[in-house]
Design a protein. Structure first.
Lengths: 248, 325
């Protein structure tokens, strides 16, 4: 399988705290690679370093074979890293449609166009409607993002990430705070998305992780505790102690 | 009430008051209306970054003053038949608005580019302070530079010309100012609806999100800051022509504060907010100012009420819900 994303020896310290301790992992085409671990294990810190929000103290992030360590968030997004955040991050005063149109615009370039009305621009509008429909938000296009339900906002974020026509998704706890039904729907959506681009998925919802993941990496205190297929990780004694508990 | 209807009422008032004053032969009222149009234009400039971009610039006096000095300096050189410079090429002054406006716009846009490029590296309160500091620098520079009047300011005796129009006629000058105001409103409305405007408003709401869809807020905000400075600079040139006088006061932080008051009173991020705000401000200045010398106490109270109870300003209270698609 072709490798899309690879991080090598990434280390990040905040004072005495080692948030990422020599972490290496890769993401291959067509797969969902879940990143799990207890709170404070450094999952979000790792995602931020991959997305470019944080710079690692040492180590390399390679995306599509290129070293992207020196690129900022915007450049990495344009290179094809689609992102969703742990806490929903959308433009709250915009409608769902405007949010996705913004993402389409980011992907297609042409921010510095001053005169044509964006909302009537079919080149933004049509893809945005299609993406919202894919994310299960058809009929909710004109609702303000701040008035969408929690689950809808998470799906809006997925639609925005999709708009970048990403080569890889970085999804930071997309199921967080969702009801069972919402989580099931989103799981189905993610299952489809892997064929579009592989997903590096941070998630606490173990049902979803075991259903979706091809591989799992377990982080603990910033270190990779275990990495492998679902069955390998489930049967790993250390992991059961540290995280999964006896009933897993 | 729909915001569009409120805007139409404001426009009708802005046009009707000077016309009525003209019919009743009250030129002073026309001058007041002209002041409203000019202040509103300055506010439209600020509203573009403050309202739509969420950038609280406390230094827009810099652009207002630079536009004013551009007009004053060009006009006084032309009146004295002294070229601005004679080497390496001769640069003459001008008393034509059609020459002065582009110069005022160019100078203030350039200043906005420099000030914006530096101050946009900061956020929040620091941004407010850095923009204030730049404007105060220009203010002290104007005070201490004797060539153009220093602290006393610079008078020019003839209002600059506009094509064949008699600009001394208050109604004609009002019409010119009002026309430019309408053009600026039209321009900001078009910009707000464009792809650029979408990115600018997103940069206000969630810069992190904007970055993660591949757009850097810095460039978007800088371009907006330049457009904003240029509009306020044009207002400054008109204000100089209204008074036939420019002074460092135009550059002082009081002026920055006043422009901000127009925007806040009228309604932040409302297209016609600055027009309503400037109108209300001038009305208060002349009604309350007639009753008490301390009218600004009441203005202060009103501002408090608006900020605490009516964030959307006059237009926000009347229109309630903002339009969105």
């Amino acid at each position: 399988m072709t490798e899309v994303l690879r991080i090598e020896g990434v280390t990040k310290r905040f004072g005495a705290l080692v948030a990422s301790d020599d972490v290496s992992l890769d993401l291959r085409a067509g797969e969902i690679h879940a990143l799990i671990g207890p709170n404070g294990a450094g999952k979000s810190t790792l995602i931020k370093q991959i997305a470019g929000e944080l710079r690692p103290d040492s180590g390399v992030v390679r995306f599509l074979g290129q070293d992207v360590s020196r690129l900022d968030v915007a450049a990495r997004a344009r290179a094809g890293l689609g992102r969703s955040f742990q806490v929903s991050s959308v433009a709250a005063d915009f409608s769902a449609l405007q949010n996705v149109m913004l993402a389409v615009q980011g992907a297609s370039g042409g921010v510095y166009r001053f005169f044509r009305p964006a909302l009537k621009d079919a080149a933004l509008r049509e893809p945005a409607f299609a993406l919202l429909a894919r994310a299960g938000l058809a009929g909710r296009e004109r609702v303000l993002a701040s008035e969408l339900s929690h689950g809808e906002r998470r799906r809006l974020e997925i639609a925005m990430a999709l708009a970048l026509r990403p080569k890889a998704f970085l999804l930071d706890e997309p199921m967080a705070g969702m009801g069972t039904e919402g989580a099931t729907q989103l799981t189905d959506l993610l299952d489809e998305l892997r064929h579009e681009a592989p997903i590096l998925l941070v998630e606490h919802d173990m049902d979803a992780v075991f259903r979706l993941a091809d591989r799992i990496t377990v982080l603990s205190y910033g270190r990779v505790l275990a990495s492998g297929t679902v069955d390998e990780v489930r049967s790993n004694a250390e992991v059961r102690d540290a995280y999964l508990g006896e009933d897993a | 009430m729909r915001e569009g209807w409120i805007n139409a009422v404001i426009l009708a008032l802005l046009a009707a008051v000077p016309l009525a004053a003209w019919a009743l032969d009250e030129p002073f009222v026309i001058t007041l209306a002209t002041k409203v149009a000019i202040f509103a234009l300055a506010g439209v400039g600020l509203n573009f970054v403050l309202g739509f971009g969420g950038l609280v610039s406390f230094g827009h006096a810099a652009f207002f003053g630079l536009g004013g000095y551009a007009a004053g300096i060009l006009a006084s050189h032309a009146a004295n038949y002294e070229p601005l410079m004679s080497w390496p090429f001769v640069l003459e002054g001008s008393q034509q608005m059609l020459v002065i406006w582009p110069v005022a716009i160019g100078v203030s846009a350039l200043a906005a580019l420099v000030i914006g490029a530096l101050s946009l590296r900061t956020r929040g309160v620091y941004f407010i302070m850095v923009t204030l500091a730049f404007a105060q620098m220009l203010y002290y520079f104007a005070i201490s530079w004797p060539s153009y009047g220093g602290e006393d300011g610079l008078s020019f005796y003839v209002r600059n010309g506009f094509l064949g129009v008699n600009t001394f006629d208050p109604l004609s000058f009002f019409t010119i100012c009002c026309g430019l105001l309408l053009m600026a409103l039209g321009l900001t409305d078009v910009l707000r609806r464009s792809r650029f405007g979408l990115a600018l408003e997103a940069a206000r709401q969630n810069p992190q999100r904007l970055l993660s869809v591949g757009i850097r807020p810095y460039g978007v905000q800088l371009v907006a800051f330049v457009i904003s400075g240029a509009l306020t600079g044009l207002a400054g040139a008109l204000y100089a022509d209204l008074n036939r006088f420019v002074s460092p006061n135009m550059l002082s932080w009081h002026t920055s504060g006043e422009i901000m008051i127009f925007v806040i009173l009228g309604g932040v991020a409302r297209l016609w907010g600055p027009v309503a705000g400037a109108g209300l401000y001038i009305l208060l200045e002349h009604q309350l100012g007639g009753i008490s010398d301390y009218w600004q106490v009441y203005l202060g109270l009103l501002l408090l009420v608006v900020v605490i109870f009516a964030r959307g300003g006059v237009i926000g209270v009347l229109a309630r819900k903002q339009d969105h698609d």
